[in-house]
Ligand binder design. Structure first.
Ligand SMILES: Cc1ncc(COP(=O)(O)O)c(C=O)c1O
Length: 391
């Protein structure tokens, strides 16, 4: 197993800004809102960062996750491209987020933190709950009412791992479109009134993105064992964890080695964060609490179906940076197209994938049909607890 994370902030400096005055936050001030260990990680410009021994030991129980060729899927969508699937469904929580959760919970434990609060549409909360339990920390997860309606089993799963779960309802007589901000605000209100508690965001910030790099680093090694290197890497972008986790090392190779790999992000029609987002200073909350980052933000969500974790109106600064320099391309899909792609994958490969991964698969199908004899790679999260979508 690999023993270092890749930090994309080595390619563009990470700045954080005070939400009240929009002035750059320095190293000394950041630990007021971020656990000190995560604040250090957030501002690090080191290209490679050692995986702490305790976290490495936990990873080694489930990493590297499998990489396999989806031959039946290739056949069913009639492509001569080779499609490789990195199965993050094979992690303890069935999705990519757990690898960040372990590093975050370990860092909080080291900093003496007893309580963490977060927002979730379901998947991330389960990961934080599981990792927090492993390190003896209390997790309090704020889940929006619509995600709870769509994924009713998630609350019990988080509680099963010892987390407290609060379902966040919209304010009376108001329709709320930005569900992540709704629950992030609620988690931050809780953090402010709870002594010693810290708010953790389930994507976007470097402390979350950096540990995701293990996915792409493993893909590169696993493909190298087959004497292959990808031509096209597909991810889907909520806050950017999945996309940068899968594609980060290949973006680095484009810059360092002038590789010609095409990086594609699948986005939801109702949340066109990459194609319509504007560069500026943003945070996920509207309470002027969490640090602002220089990145793309979206003025709100468009009408459309439920998109789970793809409804983030802010992305990681590395996503904005690499998109603005032309290295990340965008394919946009409706939820219906995503669900259809998920069904095709399920029929071909016998694996249920998460709603969000359906968007990835829609882009994989598009790329496989538009290209010839290319090597395509994408990562999947499990949809085993999403079964409602397939009924
Ligand atoms: C399974 C899955 N895929 C993708 C995402 C998108 O978020 P991110 O871009 O942070 O990976 C989420 C977010 O919750 C998710 O649960």
């Amino acid at each position: 197993m690999l023993n270092k994370f890749l930090n994309l902030n080595a390619y563009h400096k990470a700045h954080l800004f005070d939400p009240l005055h929009e002035k750059e936050i320095n190293r000394e001030k950041l630990p007021r809102v971020l656990p000190p260990s995560l604040a250090r990680l957030e501002l690090s410009g080191e290209k490679y960062i050692d995986i702490p021994r305790e976290v490495f030991d936990i990873y080694s129980k489930y990493r590297p996750t499998p990489l396999y060729r989806a031959r039946q899927f290739e056949k069913d969508i009639r492509t001569n491209c080779e499609i490789y699937i990195k199965d993050e469904g094979a992690t303890p929580t069935g999705n990519h987020k757990i690898s960040s959760a372990y590093l975050i919970a370990y860092s909080c434990k080291k900093d003496g933190i007893k309580t963490v609060a977060t927002e979730t549409t379901g998947n991330w909360g389960i990961a934080l709950a599981m990792a927090s339990r492993r390190f003896g920390i209390k997790a309090v997860c704020f889940m929006d009412y619509e995600s709870h309606l769509e994924r009713p089993n998630r609350k019990a799963l988080m509680e099963g791992f010892g987390a407290d779960v609060v379902i966040v309802e919209p304010p009376p007589q108001q329709e709320v479109k930005d569900l992540l901000t709704l629950s992030a605000n609620a988690a931050i209100e809780f953090t402010k009134r709870t002594k010693g508690a810290y708010y953790i965001f389930g994507s976007v910030y470097s402390y979350f993105i950096i540990p995701q790099s293990v996915i792409g680093l493993e893909i590169k090694t696993q493909l190298a064992e087959l004497n292959k290197y990808p031509d096209i890497v597909v991810g889907t972008c909520g806050g950017g964890a999945n996309l940068l986790g899968t594609a980060g090392v290949f973006l680095a190779d484009i810059v360092d080695e002038k590789r010609k790999t095409v990086i594609v992000s699948a986005e939801a029609e109702s949340c066109p964060i990459l194609s319509e987002g504007k560069m500026g200073l943003y945070s996920i909350d509207t309470l002027k609490y969490y640090p602002l980052i220089h990145t793309y933000g979206l003025d709100g969500l468009r009408d459309g179906d439920y998109v789970g974790g793809l409804g983030s109106t802010v992305v990681a600064s590395s996503v904005a940076y690499f998109h603005s320099t032309g290295l990340i391309h965008v394919n946009r899909f409706s939820s219906e197209e995503a669900m259809k792609a998920a069904e095709i994958f399920h029929k071909s490969e016998g694996k249920l994938i998460a709603l969000e991964t359906g968007f990835t698969m829609a882009a994989v199908i598009k790329q496989a049909r538009e290209n010839s004899n290319k090597i395509i790679v994408a990562n999947i999260s499990s949809g085993e607890t999403d079964k409602k979508f397939y009924e």
